[in-house]
Design a protein around this ligand. Structure first.
Ligand code: OAD
Length: 245
């Protein structure tokens, strides 16, 4: 089997043979990603220096209450983010992850990102935990809609308002049970570019670890996941993952 990390000759040489070996042996690989994986594609993260939550209040923009109070404001913010995301291209981290999927026996990508870049990079088996910014749905009847460029939230046939098909704070995550279950079944987890601060996604590496999986983290900085990671690689995901290739 061709190995996704190839023959690595970089500075993290000490860690790589172990990671390589564990990945080679893995029967079921889960990759969990957060905003950091798309940072090198030019999409702002949430909690970094120029993070979205440094400049905007989540309570005003990413809750059902905020949408009920001011649907136009919330819609406009998502249209602004759609404009940024639409222009973005996947980076080497997305492509490397898509390549790993092709090389291991069983694979699941769990992303907190709503930017569609993993799909654009060719990944197939994905749980988009927090939804997808390019879809919309009615806030009353739940009917699904595709991309819409209107400057204000359109009205559904049922009289409800269309909203982005993303998960807001305080809302339940439709596929969380599946994500929990799969995390307890996998034997290798690669966690890329998440602060590990937002539940329930933050629990997934812990569930995997307590079920015996080998946990590898790739991030600029230490996170709560570093405490349980078998290996942590600190640096930019795009550079690090592609140099590992
Ligand atoms: P955060 O913004 O909380 O964290 C991004 C993480 O990526 C940080 O740990 C950074 O150190 C790391 N990072 C940044 N650039 C990187 C790079 N080039 N390479 C590697 N790592 C890098 O984003 P998330 O953890 O995804 O939810 O946030 C989780 C959830 O909180 C989001 O899905 C969103 C947000 O509020 C909702 O909106 C419901």
């Amino acid at each position: 089997m061709e190995h996704p990390f190839g023959a690595y000759k970089g500075t993290k040489r000490g860690k790589m043979p172990t990671i390589n070996q564990k990945l080679k042996e893995a029967k079921f690989v889960i990759v969990l990603t957060g905003a950091g994986v798309s940072a090198e594609s030019g999409i702002p993260t949430f909690r970094g220096e120029d993070g979205l939550w440094k400049n905007f209040r989540a309570e005003d923009l990413a809750t059902p209450e905020a949408f009920a109070r001011n649907p136009k404001f919330v819609w406009e913010w998502y249209q602004y983010r759609r404009d940024i995301i639409r222009k973005a291209e996947p980076n080497n981290a997305h492509y490397t992850i898509a390549k790993i999927e092709k090389l291991v026996p069983k694979f699941l990508l769990i992303t907190q990102n709503i930017d569609n870049l993993h799909t654009k990079a060719g990944a197939k088996n994905i749980i988009e935990l927090h939804g997808n910014i390019f879809r919309n749905r009615c806030n009353r009847c739940g009917k699904n809609y595709g991309e819409i460029s209107d400057p204000t939230p359109p009205t559904c046939q049922c009289g409800g308002l269309l909203r982005p098909d993303v998960v807001w704070f305080g809302e339940s995550i439709p596929q969380i049970e599946e994500a929990f279950q799969k995390s307890s079944e996998c034997d290798f987890v690669l966690v890329v570019g998440t602060s590990g601060l937002v539940e329930p996604a933050a629990s997934l590496p812990f569930i995997a670890k307590s079920s015996g999986a080998f946990v590898v983290e790739v991030n600029l900085d230490r996170t709560p996941i570093s405490e349980i990671a078998d290996e942590s690689l600190f640096g930019k995901a795009g550079e690090l993952l592609s140099s590992l290739m």
